[in-house]
Design a protein around this ligand. Structure first.
Ligand code: PEP
Ligand code: MN
Length: 321
């Protein structure tokens, strides 16, 4: 941790701050040079508690923690990709399906068509976080038997979003990967509950979330026992009109720091099926470990996000199957 001191602070005041830091962090090394204190050899929990106390002292400008200090578990993972429930070692992994499960016939038809077109796992969303309370919220629990049938029929793993802690156990019993939506990246109680489920967790980057915030959410999962995490970038173009649709630099940085697989979601990043198809290819060229993509046999009939859902033919062209 670096403690930046206020400009023109008297040497005696700086020395007193170094002593205060040493008192707050017994056993840590505190070095003073120029306008800063450099603190090392302290446990992350101690640092996290000492940082606000130090920032509260007169003469301190800012406490700066590195990603490794903030996210010790996420930054010390073995730098190799996990192989289950999805195998990321053999090239890009494709998770696809309609935005929401809407009915048995349409979903089972989509599941079979997507498998034939190269999907490795199915989007199987029963609970939809919608901006409007009047919009379709997903089938909810009655949809469970539909997605279970799709799993039996295709043998493909299911990826589903939990929007509330109360859904986690029951979804975990039926699905292979639990998704944290962009809106819930900062829902820390949900993250803890998902981690305790024992299932792999697909963690989307929240709107406007920085790399550090994203990693901290992964750290929550790891600290609560998650063993398998997949990151997914979905952009924040809607929050920043005119900005890049997906942040490839941020994806590369997340992968470098954690070694976790990093997917791209071109559908929610673009909100447009033609753009989504182009963005999917760009993401793969930029090194994404795979895609989470909205695709179905009849995008024009979708109740949710049809305009960003690609056809099976387009999806097949992307997977190259
Ligand atoms: C989704 O993938 O179904 C979804 C709701 O996306 P996001 O959380 O990125 O908005
Ligand atoms: Mn959607």
């Amino acid at each position: 941790m670096i403690i930046l001191l206020k400009k023109n602070l008297a040497p005696a005041a700086a020395a007193e701050l170094a002593r205060a830091a040493a008192r707050l962090l017994p056993g840590a090394s505190v070095k003073r040079s120029g306008g800063r204190l450099t603190i090392s050899a302290a446990r992350p929990q101690r640092l996290a508690e000492a940082a606000p106390a130090l920032e509260n002292l007169p003469g301190v400008e800012k406490a700066v923690l590195s990603d490794a200090e903030l996210c010790p578990l996420a930054c010390a993972l073995p730098k190799r990709l996990p192989s289950s429930p999805l195998d990321f070692r053999r090239g890009p992994v494709f998770i696809a399906g309609p935005c929401a499960v809407e009915g048995e016939q349409s979903y089972l038809a989509a599941a079979l068509a997507l498998k034939a077109a190269g999907a490795h796992a199915l989007r199987a969303a029963l609970f939809k976080p919608r901006s409007s309370p009047y919009a379709f919220q997903g089938l909810g629990w009655p949809g469970l038997k539909i997605i279970s049938k799709a799993k039996k029929l295709t043998g493909l793993p299911l990826v589903t979003e939990a929007t509330d802690t109360r859904q986690v156990q029951r979804l975990a019993a039926a699905c292979d990967i639990l998704q944290v939506g962009a809106r819930n990246m900062r829902n820390y109680e949900l993250l803890k509950e998902l981690a305790r489920s024992g299932r792999a967790v697909l963690l989307k980057r929240g709107l406007r979330a920085t790399l550090t915030e994203w990693l901290l959410s992964a750290e929550y999962l790891l600290a609560s026992g998650a063993k398998k995490i997949i990151l997914c970038e979905r952009g924040d173009a809607l929050a920043r009109p005119g900005g890049p649709l997906l942040d490839f630099k941020l994806m590369a940085a997340a992968k470098k720091l954690t070694g976790l697989p990093v997917l791209a979601d071109p559908s929610h990043a673009s909100r447009d099926r033609a753009l989504a198809a182009a963005l999917a290819r760009q993401a793969l060229r930029a090194g994404a470990d795979g895609l989470l993509m909205e695709a179905s046999p009849d995008p024009f009939a979708a109740r949710v996000d049809g305009r960003q859902t690609v056809s099976i033919e387009t999806f097949r062209a992307i997977t190259g199957k």
